[in-house]
Design a binder for this molecule. Structure first.
Ligand code: 2AL
Length: 243
């Protein structure tokens, strides 16, 4: 099967890293294509960044529709444009936060979220509410690491992340950790060995869910909320989307 992973930010090195993390867990016969929008923020750390990135995600999905994609993954922890993507994609679309919460809820009683900057914590709480996981989450913590610092990870930054995970376990009662940024994918296994609890990276979780959906021949229901958008005129820079 072919999985198209969309990194909603425009940092190509992060896109490559996400693609590599996905290939590490993909089954034989699964092809991973990782792309990012041509325009938009280099990292997503605010509601504004997320709003701008949503258009980029939609553009990547529409491009993917020409490539026989079997599943899409939106690889940013805010799951930007997830509902819109489900409307316009013919294949299933999985958000990494959603995927991580699902797997964490199976392997632990309470999971903790450890994310990047404190200002993204309300977004993490909003995701928990949206997907209905508040009661399974021991809390969200920020390691105070800007997203792009994960690209050239220094030992002290890794220690900061590990210490916040430890606090989630020891102070908040988490018995697994969900990593709150797609740029943390490659750290999940090392953190898990250090912490002795499951550490769930949403990119890997989403790849395995995508493979399951494909094997079970399950795709997005087009009968209701995720029906294709109503055809209409678009004005200005989006006029090529007029139908
Ligand atoms: C993210 C993420 O996953 N990608 C990005 O640019 N920002 N998440 C976050 N909490 O900062």
């Amino acid at each position: 099967m072919q999985i198209h992973i969309i990194n909603p930010n425009t940092t190509a090195s992060m896109t490559d890293k996400i693609g590599e993390a996905a290939r590490q867990v993909a089954a034989d016969g699964t092809t991973i294509m990782a792309t990012n929008p041509r325009s938009g923020p280099v990292s997503i750390e605010s509601h504004f960044d997320e709003a701008i990135s949503a258009v980029g995600v939609a553009e990547e999905i529409l491009a993917g529709e020409r490539n026989n994609v079997d599943a899409y993954i939106i690889a940013c922890f805010g799951d930007p444009a997830l509902d819109a993507a489900r409307e316009i994609a013919s294949a299933p679309v999985i958000g990494v936060a959603e995927a991580a919460f699902k797997l964490a809820s199976i392997v632990s009683h309470r999971f903790g979220i450890v994310t990047t900057l404190a200002r993204t914590l309300p977004a993490a709480e909003h995701l928990l509410q949206r997907y209905g996981y508040q009661h399974l989450c021991s809390g969200a913590r920020a390691a105070d690491i800007p997203v792009l610092d994960l690209e050239e990870l220094q030992q002290d930054t890794f220690e900061q992340l590990k210490n916040e995970c430890l606090a989630a376990i020891q102070q908040d009662g988490a018995d697994s950790i969900v990593l709150g940024c797609a740029g943390m994918s490659e750290l999940a296994q090392e953190l898990s060995s250090c912490l002795n609890v499951p550490v769930i990276d949403g990119v890997s979780a989403a790849v395995k869910l995508a493979e399951s959906l494909h094997q079970l021949k399950l795709s997005t229901s087009k009968g209701g909320q995720y029906a294709a958008p109503i055809q209409k005129q678009f004005i200005g820079r989006y006029q090529h989307w007029s139908r």
